[in-house]
Structures are given as structure tokens and as C-alpha cells.
Design a protein around this ligand. Structure first.
Ligand SMILES: Cc1cc2nc3c(=O)[nH]c(=O)nc-3n(C[C@H](O)[C@H](O)[C@H](O)COP(=O)(O)OP(=O)(O)OC[C@H]3O[C@@H](n4cnc5c(N)ncnc54)[C@H](O)[C@@H]3O)c2cc1C
Length: 539
């Protein structure tokens, strides 16, 4: 007998919905969460300007009609406090809290005697038949590893560990290091408060205008009334959003037609403003260049100082690194109190007692904000000492990069499910759509096992090899692997350079997952309590 049927690690969008689904199946489950509150990403990331970059009405659960009808999003892109309130509401509304243990970090998990023994930092061990890792893709913060940080006499913060009570930056000289999605959201807000802001930029990034606005309650009501169809379109789309896919190639259009299409996207705003304009932007470098040139022309129009504008112009393939969405980011560089330091020209050499020293100068500051991102996709999984069959360590099994079947399971680790793991579309999509799909698939799988008295399920080695190859081949047919992005582990020294997400889109991925399930979990190995293994049928 185990303590519970399932242990879920993490209480963000994934963990909360997993608990709800498992309970619906009549399973006992407990959620273990490091934070002192629920919400995951939206609990931890409280930096100024934090908000979603998928429209609120799509960046939310669809599993409950009542929840949809009772929750009123107030802005096109909800702020972090609003999303956190929403997730807290979900926890209360579905009475989830009684099975969530907050302030509990899972340190180890071991498969023994056909169950999981999960250890926590409190020294407890809990057992369960199933382990669901809902630990998030952007959870393990990348530690600032600048020499001299310990000498710094001011205050420093990582954006993903921003104090809940906020930080008063008025009258202070602030450095922001990093210009990815987070930096681009935070910089305009910090600039508006700080006496002086120095932005240290290594890689300029493309950023699309959010075109944020308050949501008209009538518009929201209409969206909710037609939600089934709206979500169906999102599920079948590539990016998990209900927008019509492009029909035409950029290289088949005239320069004027291309410009008109990009202008239309730019006016609409949002993460897909340019990338959804044409069919060939992710597969043809020349097509992609037309979108890049448009984005760069916008930066040059906005930023008054031509030297600063050039430094802000990205040169990489648009869309192959996480595209950012902003509210007044480029305009911020027209402010008197904002300075840009291009660290490709003048690298940061050290943090000193007084500030940030580059090859050219020392920049005295009172506060340093590190917006340097995460050890994405695998970081939080590998932080846990996970041991599968015969003591196999996940860290060893994934030494050369993550290996999964469908992004949901990995060979050697029976009854262990990963929500939005490497090998799934997750980070390339509206994650809530991906999360609901993954959790539903996992819950259906567990129900299938229980109905048939199957004790465990595990990814088969051959099927896993085939999936890893398939994911790599899909990526290799696109421009994605060209960019030195966190999708590829390129932001973490020593991390294997393996392109992790599935690029063929949410709709195609869902169909692949459904087919595997419909064929009796083809490619997985299913074991009975007597330890007889059967292999999921091949078609
Ligand atoms: C600033 C920011 C903005 C984002 N904006 C968007 C957006 O607009 N659209 C979008 O689709 N996605 C966005 N994302 C991605 C976002 O992470 C997902 O959309 C979603 O919130 C992930 O939910 P999750 O439950 O899978 O993971 P998370 O929300 O990350 O939750 C995982 C939880 O697991 C806990 N945990 C991890 N390891 C352990 C452990 N060992 N023991 C105990 N607990 C543990 C963590 O504390 C965390 O609370 C954003 C991410 C960030 C960082």
C-alpha cells in the first residue's frame, strides 16, 4: 500500500489541473510545492511589468464552463497579480488546497517495489504509485555567476525571485542585466521609477508591440459564449492560439504586399504579430529576412539615437528565439535617464563594490536586477535526484540531453509522467493549452491502467529513440536550431546542445499523442503486478 495513488510536484497551472483531474478519477493525490503559495510561474515572477504575452482570454483553463463564466479578465494581457489571483481562485474554487503541501521541496524520488518513494527537504518520505512532475519549464533560475557579486554593496535581485512586497527604486541608480522577455517587460517600468537605469544587453531581441488595452466586459462575454469553438481552434493551431494560419509564402508576395501584411500584424500586436504573416518564415531564411527587416525598421523609427537604435537591432532569425512582447520597450531608450551598454562590444568583467565593471568603464549603481532567465525545460527536473529502475539516475539517462517519448515519459522511469516535458511543443505554444492537453492525456492513461489492473507503464526504448529522432528531424527542417537559444540549452554553460521542443505545433502533436493512446499506448511498455511486461501494440 502506498500513502497516496499519485504525487504531483508543483502547484502551477499544471499541478493544479493534474490534482483536479486525478481526483475526478477517484484517485488520492498530494501536490508538493516549494513556494509558500500556489501559482508557479505567477507566484515567483513578481518583477515590475510581469504579465502574460498570450491574450488572457486564451491563457486560462478551459476545463470548466463555470470558471470561464465567473472570471473576468480586465486586460488583453493580464498582469502577474491578476493571473496569480486567478490561480488562487482556481485552488479555492475546486477545493484543491487540502491536498497541497506548500513550502515543500522534493529533493529525491526513487522507484522501488513498483512504487515511487518521494523525499522532501523536510526529511519526509511519501509513497505513491504514480509520480507526476509538474515542475515547469521556466522554474530553475539561472544563478548570476559574475565574478565579484559578493563584493557588491548595493542590493541585487533575480527577476524570478522578486520580493512580494516590491522594491522601491525611486531615486536609485539601477542596472538591468538581460534583455530577454523578462528584461523587455521590466525595463520600461524600472526606467519610469529609477533615477538612472543602465541596461546591459548581450543579445538584442525582437519584440512585438503588445497593443494592450482594458478588456471590454461585452467583448469578454462574447468570447466566453463562443469559447468551445475558440478553444478548438487554439488546440488545432500550431501555437495554441485561435488565429487563422497563414496561407501564403512571403516569397510569393510582392514587397508591398509583404509590408502590408507585416503592418497589419504589427497593428494587431502580440507574439505572433509578424510570425503568423506567412507560411515560410520558419523554413526559408530569405523569407524570414523580410520579417526581420520590417522589425528592425520599426526599431529605427522609434529610437531617436541612431547608434542606440543599431545596438538594439537584432540580427538573428526572427521567431527562432522566444519572441518578446512589450509595452513601450524601445521608446524607453529615448528617455534621458536610460543608457544602453552593449556587452558584446564591452563585456561585463566583474561586479564591483560600487557597480558593474565592463571592459570600458565602471557603471556605479545602487541596485542590480538580473533578468538572466532559467535553466529551461530540464533544470527543475534534474534538480531532483530521480532514480528509476535499477537505480538509474535521470541525470545519467539524460547526460547527453533529454530523451522522452511524447515529452511525457522517459525509458527506465515507470509511472513517471512529465507535464510539458522536452519533446513536447510546450514552450513554443500557449502553455495552458499544452498543459490541459498533457494533463488530460496523463489522466486518461492512468485511468486506462487502473481499469485494466496494469501496475506500471514506461516509455519503450525503441519508441523513445524514434520520438527523439522525430523531434530532431522536425526541428532540423526549420530555422529554429540555428539560433543560440534556451530552446537549445545555449544559455547554460555545459548544457548539452539539444533542441528540446517539438516544432510541428500543438494540433499535430495532439494527434500524435491521441494515436498512441488509441493504439493501446503503442511504444510504451505496460507491466502487470506479477511483473510481466507487455508492449503497447504497434499498428
Ligand atoms: C515571466 C514569465 C512569463 C510567462 N508568460 C507566459 C505567457 O504569456 N504564455 C505562456 O504560454 N507561457 C508563459 N510563461 C511560461 C509559464 O511558465 C507557463 O505558461 C505556465 O505558467 C507553466 O505552468 P506549470 O505549472 O507547468 O509550471 P510552473 O508555473 O513553473 O510551476 C511549477 C511549480 O513547481 C514547483 N517546483 C519545481 N520543482 C520543485 C521541487 N523540486 N519541489 C517542489 N516544488 C517544485 C515550482 O516552485 C513551481 O511553483 C511565462 C513564464 C515566465 C517565467
Amino acid at each position: 500500500m502506498t500513502d497516496v495513488d499519485a504525487i504531483v510536484v508543483g502547484a502551477g497551472f499544471s499541478g493544479l489541473y493534474t490534482l483536479h483531474r486525478l481526483r475526478e478519477l477517484g484517485l488520492s493525490a498530494v501536490v508538493l510545492e516549494r513556494g509558500s503559495g500556489v501559482g508557479g510561474t505567477w507566484y515567483w515572477n513578481r518583477y515590475p511589468g510581469a504579465r502574460c504575452d498570450i491574450e488572457s482570454i486564451d491563457y486560462c483553463y478551459s476545463f470548466s464552463r463555470e470558471l470561464l463564466e465567473e472570471w473576468e479578465w480586465t486586460e488583453r494581457y493580464a498582469t502577474q497579480p491578476e493571473i496569480l489571483r486567478y490561480l488562487e481562485h482556481v485552488a479555492d474554487r475546486f477545493d484543491l488546497r487540502r491536498d497541497i503541501r506548500l513550502g515543500t521541496t522534493v529533493t529525491a524520488a526513487t522507484w522501488e517495489h513498483e512504487h515511487w518513494a518521494v523525499e522532501t527537504d523536510a526529511g519526509d518520505t511519501l509513497t505513491a504509485q504514480h509520480l507526476v512532475l509538474a515542475v515547469g519549464n521556466l522554474t530553475a533560475v539561472k544563478r548570476p555567476d559574475f565574478a565579484g557579486l559578493e563584493e557588491f554593496e548595493g542590493d541585487w535581485y533575480h527577476t524570478a525571485r522578486w520580493p512580494g512586497e516590491g522594491v522601491d527604486l525611486r531615486g536609485r541608480r539601477v542596472a538591468v542585466i538581460g534583455t530577454g522577455s523578462t528584461g523587455i517587460q521590466a525595463i520600461p517600468r524600472i526606467a519610469a521609477q529609477a533615477e538612472h537605469l543602465v541596461v546591459f544587453q548581450r543579445t538584442p531581441n525582437y519584440s512585438m508591440p503588445a497593443v494592450n488595452r482594458p478588456l471590454d466586459p461585452a467583448e469578454l462575454r462574447d468570447a466566453v459564449a463562443g469559447y468551445d469553438e475558440r478553444r478548438r481552434r487554439a488546440r488545432e493551431s500550431d501555437a495554441g492560439v485561435p488565429i487563422a494560419p497563414p496561407e501564403r509564402a512571403a516569397l510569393d508576395a510582392t514587397p508591398d504586399e509583404r509590408r502590408a501584411a507585416y503592418e497589419t500584424g504589427w497593428r494587431r500586436g502580440g507574439i505572433n504579430a509578424l510570425s503568423n504573416a506567412f507560411t515560410d518564415l520558419f523554413t526559408d531564411a530569405e523569407a524570414n529576412r523580410t520579417a526581420q527587416e520590417f522589425a528592425r525598421s520599426r526599431i529605427r523609427e522609434v529610437v531617436r539615437d541612431p547608434v542606440v537604435a543599431e545596438a538594439l537591432c537584432p540580427s538573428h532569425t526572427i521567431g527562432t528565439k522566444r519572441t518578446c512582447v512589450d509595452i513601450g520597450y524601445f521608446e524607453t531608450y529615448n528617455r534621458e535617464n536610460v543608457e544602453l551598454v552593449d556587452v558584446r562590444r564591452s563585456p561585463i568583467e566583474a561586479i564591483t563594490a560600487r557597480g558593474v565593471a565592463t571592459a570600458d568603464a565602471e557603471h556605479p549603481v545602487d541596485v542590480i536586477v538580473f533578468a538572466i532567465g532559467f535553466d529551461a525545460m530540464t533544470g527543475a527536473l534534474l534538480e531532483i535526484d530521480i532514480r528509476g529502475r535499477d537505480g538509474l539516475a535521470l541525470r545519467d539517462a539524460w547526460e547527453a540531453g533529454p530523451r522522452t517519448l511524447l515529452g511525457v515519459a522517459t525509458a527506465g522511469f515507470p509511472n513517471m509522467f512529465i507535464v510539458t516535458g522536452p519533446g513536447s511543443p510546450s514552450v513554443l505554444s500557449n502553455m495552458v493549452v499544452s498543459i490541459e492537453q498533457h494533463v488530460d492525456w496523463i489522466a486518461d492513461c492512468i485511468a486506462h491502467l487502473r481499469e485494466r489492473g496494469v501496475a506500471w507503464i514506461e516509455a519503450g526504448e525503441d519508441a523513445q529513440d524514434a520520438w527523439v529522432e522525430h523531434v530532431a528531424a522536425l526541428a532540423d527542417a526549420t530555422l529554429y536550431p540555428e539560433a543560440t537559444s534556451w530552446y537549445l540549452g545555449a544559455n547554460i554553460p555545459g548544457k548539452p546542445r539539444v533542441f528540446m521542443p517539438y516544432v510541428a505545433g500543438c494540433g499535430a502533436y495532439r494527434r500524435e499523442c491521441d494515436e498512441v493512446a488509441a493504439r493501446g499506448y503503442e511504444g510504451f511498455v505496460l507491466g502487470t503486478r506479477e511483473a510481466q511486461a507487455t508492449t503497447g501494440r504497434r499498428a
